[in-house]
Write a protein that binds this ligand. Structure first.
Ligand code: ARG
Length: 464
C-alpha cells in the first residue's frame, strides 16, 4: 500500500513514503476513535454542499449511504484500518470511494483535514463533557445524601491536621460538594467554547466554494460558527481548558482521597470503605487497602501532566495548523477516560461509605476541640478575648496533665482558671453544644447543614 498512487495526496510525490515515516506520522492507531464524529461531520458537510449547489442530490445521497455502510463496517469490526492511509479521515474517505466510486472523491470539496479534525474533536468532546457532567452530578448527589445522613455526626475539624474545633461530618462533606459544584460550572462554561464549528475554514484561509457554514453548524448542533478561519484550524484552547478543568477536579478528588485514606486507617478509624472498593495484600493477611482513593490520588498527577503537555504543545506554534496538533489527541483522550473512571468510582463509592460515629466523636473530645467554645463563653461574661484565651490555655494544660477532657474537670477546678465560670459552662464543653452554637449561614450546626443540603439539591438541579 505504500506506493505513491495509493496516497490521497500522492500527486506531487516522486517516491513512496519511508516505511518508518509512514508509521511515525500516522495517527490512525488512536484517532480512529473519532470515526463516528468524522462520519457525522462528513454527512453534514455533504448535505450543506448539496444545499448550496456544489453537489447534486444524487451525489449527496450516495455519499451519505456510503458513509452509513462505512460506519456499519467499523462497528461490525469489518473495517480494514490502514496505517498507510494515515488517519481516521483518509481511511474513511478512501473506503467511501471504494464503495461508491468516483462520487466519493467529491466529499472533500471545500474542506481540509485541518478543519475536519478540529470539528471531529469538538463533536467528540461535547458528548464526553455531557457524560462527565452526569458523573459529577451523581457524585455530588452522593455527597448530599451522606451529608444529610450525617448532619448531626460529630467529628474533629482540623487545621494543620491538628484537632481544631468540632464540626459535623455532614458539614465536612458539603465542603467537597461546593468544590464539585464549581467544577460543574467550569465544565459547562468550557462546553460553550467547545461547541463552535470550525468546518468551512478549510486548510486555513477559507474556500472558494459558497459554503453555508451556519447551515452545517445547525445540522451538527453547534451553537456558533468560528469567526476566523486561521483561528478555527489552529485553536486548541478548548482542549487546554478541558485539561485545566480536569486537573482542578482531580485535585479536589485527590484531597478527598487523602482524607479517605487517612480516615480508613486503624489510627483514625473514622470510616469503613466497603470491601468491594478495597483490595488485600498478597503477604499481610490483615490488610484491607483503600486502593480506589489511592489510585484516584495518583491519577491526579497524570492528569495535571496532560495539562502541561497540551500547554507546551501550543507554546510558540505559529499560525495556522501545524502537524504538532496531532499530538493533542492522546492526552485529551486519556484525560477524559481518566476523569470518567475516577468520577464513576467515587460516585459509586460515596453512598456506601460508613462513618464510625463513636470513634469520630471520641476523637473530637480527645483533641480539646471545645477549647474555643470555653473562651467564647468567658468573653460572653465580659472577659477580653486575649485573657479568655490565656485562661483556657491554662485549663487545657491542666487537663492534659490530668489526662482528662475539659468537660471532666470539676466546676471548682474550672473556676480556678476564671471566677466568672458557672455550672452552665458544661453546656458549651460538649461537642454537640459546640456545633449547635455555630448556627449561621455556612456554619456547621446540624440545622445549617440540613438547610445547606436542601439548597444544595436546588442548586444541583438548576445546574443540570
Ligand atoms: N491527523 C491529523 C491531526 O490529527 C489530521 C490533520 C492533518 N492535516 C494535515 N495537513 N496534515 O491533526
Amino acid at each position: 500500500m505504500s506506493d505513491v498512487q495509493s496516497k490521497l495526496w500522492g500527486g506531487r510525490f516522486q517516491e513512496p513514503t519511508d516505511a518508518f515515516v509512514e508509521r511515525f506520522t500516522a495517527s490512525v492507531t488512536f484517532d480512529r476513535r473519532l470515526y463516528r464524529q468524522d462520519i457525522a461531520g462528513s454527512v453534514a458537510h455533504a448535505t450543506m454542499l448539496c444545499k448550496v449547489g456544489v453537489l447534486s442530490q444524487g451525489e449527496r445521497d450516495a455519499i451519505v449511504d456510503g458513509l452509513g455502510q462505512v460506519r456499519e463496517e467499523i462497528e461490525n469490526g469489518d473495517f480494514d484500518w490502514s496505517v498507510s492511509r494515515e488517519d481516521v479521515h483518509m481511511n474513511i474517505e478512501a473506503r467511501l470511494t471504494e464503495i461508491i466510486g468516483v462520487t466519493g472523491k467529491k466529499l472533500h470539496t471545500g474542506r481540509s483535514r485541518n478543519d475536519q479534525v478540529a470539528t471531529d474533536i469538538r463533536l467528540w468532546l461535547r458528548d464526553e463533557i455531557d457524560g462527565l457532567d452526569a458523573e459529577l452530578q451523581r457524585l455530588a448527589e452522593g455527597l448530599l445524601t451522606q451529608a444529610e445522613a450525617h448532619a448531626d455526626t460529630i467529628m474533629p475539624g482540623f487545621t494543620h491536621l491538628q484537632t481544631a474545633q468540632p464540626v459535623t461530618f455532614g458539614h465536612h462533606l458539603l465542603a467537597y460538594f461546593e468544590m464539585l459544584l464549581r467544577d460543574r460550572e467550569r465544565l459547562a462554561d468550557c462546553r460553550r467554547r467547545v461547541n463552535v464549528l470550525p468546518l468551512g475554514a478549510a486548510a486555513l484561509a477559507g474556500t472558494t466554494f459558497p459554503l453555508d457554514r451556519h447551515f452545517t453548524a445547525e445540522l451538527l448542533g453547534f451553537d456558533a460558527v468560528a469567526e476566523n478561519s486561521l483561528d478555527a484550524v489552529s485553536d486548541r484552547d478548548f482542549a487546554i481548558e478541558l485539561a485545566a478543568w480536569a486537573s482542578l477536579t482531580m485535585i479536589h478528588l485527590s484531597r478527598l482521597s487523602e482524607e479517605l485514606v487517612l480516615w480508613s486507617s486503624a489510627q483514625f478509624g473514622f470510616i469503613d470503605l466497603p470491601d468491594r472498593f478495597c483490595t488485600g495484600s498478597s503477604i499481610m493477611p490483615q490488610k484491607k487497602n483503600p486502593d480506589v482513593p489511592e489510585l484516584v490520588r495518583g491519577k491526579s498527577g497524570r492528569v495535571v501532566g496532560h495539562l502541561n503537555s497540551l500547554l507546551m504543545l501550543m507554546k510558540s506554534q505559529p499560525l495556522a495548523y501545524n502537524k504538532d496538533n496531532q499530538e493533542d489527541k492522546e492526552p485529551l483522550f486519556d484525560l477524559v477516560d481518566t476523569l470518567r473512571d475516577c468520577l464513576k468510582a467515587y460516585a459509586d463509592m460515596m453512598p456506601a461509605l460508613v462513618a464510625n460515629k463513636d470513634v469520630m466523636r471520641a476523637a473530637a473530645i480527645r483533641g480539646y476541640a471545645t477549647a474555643t467554645d470555653l473562651a467564647d463563653y468567658l468573653v460572653r461574661r465580659e472577659l477580653p478575648f486575649r485573657d479568655a484565651h490565656e485562661a483556657v490555655g491554662q485549663a487545657v494544660a491542666h487537663a492534659v496533665a490530668a489526662g482528662c477532657d475539659l468537660a471532666e474537670l470539676s466546676l471548682a477546678t474550672l473556676q480556678g482558671f476564671s471566677p466568672v465560670i458557672e455550672a452552665d459552662v458544661f453546656d458549651v464543653l460538649t461537642p454537640e453544644g459546640s456545633v449547635a452554637a455555630r448556627d449561621h449561614f455556612g456554619g456547621t450546626a446540624p440545622a445549617q447543614v440540613r438547610a445547606a443540603v436542601v439548597r444544595g439539591r436546588q442548586r444541583l438541579n438548576a445546574g443540570g
